[in-house]
Design a binder for this molecule. Structure first.
Ligand code: FES
Ligand code: FES
Length: 209
């Protein structure tokens, strides 16, 4: 008995181990595929829409109307950057932590990386590209330049959009109100002081308009 165990151990070579591992990896790759197919064919009831169906949506982005077919998993950020080529909206963390992807949705600051495109059906979206006119930057954009409120600039579009949302609702915010409104945006370069100064300057110039 002991001898047959030893025999077995001897014949279990490295090559056999790797072959076994390869087989396991292969079956692991096949299983999710089968499951995905099952999900596609899954229906709530006879005659209803499959769970994994695409959907046609219509939304307005920077004043232009778009009709698009979207997958249920597609984010608004993906739609804006990769399909409409509006790359001013930044994909930084892609998981709701930094605010770099902030856009205005019906006037409210929204993380586009966390917002599914299907839910944007019928919404009005403004991105950083939609703020300036041909001749003039938005007051907040101009103030960011005047006050040097950026270093690498990667966070700037998100900060600008959150600031515009604030100033559209509150023309004369206190420093505390500014900090609260921008609490969902992170600047890795740590340029907060100048960002706050820029927003104060923008609020003054917007009040003059
Ligand atoms: S990219 Fe959306 S919150 Fe960071
Ligand atoms: S200016 Fe670099 S992250 Fe804010």
């Amino acid at each position: 008995m002991e001898n047959s165990k030893k025999e077995k151990r001897k014949t279990f070579t490295r090559r056999k181990f790797l072959q076994g591992f390869g087989g396991g990896a292969l079956s692991a790759a096949v299983v999710p595929k089968l499951l995905a197919q099952d999900v596609v064919s899954l229906r709530l009831k006879e005659g209803t829409v499959p769970l994994y169906s695409k959907k046609q949506i219509t939304l307005t982005v920077n004043g232009n109307k778009f009709s698009l077919v979207v997958e249920p998993r597609e984010t608004l950020l993906h739609l804006l950057r990769d399909r409409l080529n509006l790359t001013g909206t930044k994909r930084t963390c892609d998981r709701g932590e930094c605010g770099g992807c902030t856009v205005l949705m019906d006037g409210n600051p929204t993380y586009s990386c966390l917002y599914l495109a299907v839910r944007a059906d019928g919404k009005k979206i403004t991105t950083i590209e939609g703020l300036a006119t041909e001749k003039k930057l938005h007051s907040v954009q101009q103030a960011f330049i005047d006050k040097d409120a950026y270093q690498c600039g990667f966070c700037s579009p998100g900060f600008v959009m959150s600031s515009v949302a604030l100033l559209n609702k509150n023309k004369n915010p206190t420093l505390e109100e500014i900090k609260t409104a921008l609490s969902g945006n992170i600047c890795r370069c740590g340029n907060y002081l100048k960002i706050y100064q820029a927003i104060s300057a923008a609020s003054k110039s917007m009040r003059r308009l």
